[in-house]
Write a protein that binds this ligand. Structure first.
Ligand SMILES: C[S@@+](CC[C@H](N)C(=O)[O-])C[C@H]1O[C@@H](n2cnc3c(N)ncnc32)[C@H](O)[C@@H]1O
Length: 241
């Protein structure tokens, strides 16, 4: 997933009116509150994708590393934020070569992709392991079980002078794991045929009590912020003690 369809990710985000700068500003304010005067110089963005939040983090004077399993997403991030170090790495193991950061963040559904039983605890432990002592972890959860509204369908379309693209989704739930079948259809002027990209996303619903247990097991304090970024998806913060 997030491979061939990567070039269209930002188009759909813009179409939904996403304001990633505002999200990054809220995230930084939250981290600073948690750090309580301890310096914030380095930040790791896990699952940075196309780098939506990276320019704001850089603007704030931070030395930033972004990691993502998708090279296509990282290519877009490199265009958007050329000064940021970008590596291929993924949860739950997250190999960052022993580097430590003042803050580690994971934003906008990334943690949902760790769908195996026990994977969440492993992923949180790996992110906590990349923190300096006293450093702050901020994880945005995916949809919580109580906000899952059942099998849904959706479709979006974006048109620019260069292309027209649709994104159609059907979702269902197997136990705790949602299954999203996504089809992109792309049309470009001058091309006689449409390009079709099919993806299957598997995302684990984020159970706040599972996250709390994972933070405790990783030696982090725990706070749940239900309304910081997106409705139905809490943000979880903690400090490495
Ligand atoms: C919805 S995008 C969010 C990207 C970015 N954080 C944002 O806010 O726009 C989800 C990202 O998670 C990445 N991802 C998927 N599985 C992952 C994993 N196991 N570990 C880390 N990132 C993962 C995908 O490649 C994709 O870039």
């Amino acid at each position: 997933v997030y491979d061939e369809a990567a070039p269209y990710y930002d188009l759909f985000a813009a179409g939904r009116g996403r304001d990633a700068d505002r999200e990054a500003t809220l995230v930084l304010a939250e981290i600073r509150r948690l750090l309580a005067g301890r310096p914030l110089r380095t930040l790791l963005d896990v699952g940075c994708g196309t780098g939506a939040h990276l320019p704001r983090f850089v603007e704030a004077g931070l030395s930033v590393v972004g990691v993502d399993p998708s090279r296509s997403m990282l290519r877009m991030a490199a265009e958007r934020a050329p000064s940021v170090e970008l590596w291929v790495a993924s949860l739950p193991d997250l190999d960052v070569g022993g580097r430590r950061f003042d803050a580690v963040v994971s934003l906008f559904s990334v943690i949902g992709y760790v769908s195996e039983d026990g994977g969440l605890a492993e992923a949180v432990a790996a992110m906590a392991g990349a923190l300096e002592d006293g450093g702050c972890l901020l994880v945005e959860g995916w949809v919580e079980p109580e906000f899952w509204i059942g099998s849904t369908v959706g479709a979006e379309a974006v048109t620019t002078p260069e292309l027209a693209v649709t994104r159609t989704v059907v979702s269902g739930l197997d136990g705790h794991v949602a299954s999203l079948h996504v089809r992109h259809v792309v049309a470009r002027p001058g091309e006689r045929e449409l390009t079709t990209i099919d993806e299957h996303h598997r995302l684990r619903l984020t159970d706040p009590s599972e996250v709390e247990a994972a933070f405790a097991a990783a030696g982090l304090t725990f706070e749940r912020l239900p309304h910081l970024l997106h409705d139905g998806r809490s943000v979880y913060v903690g400090v490495r003690t």
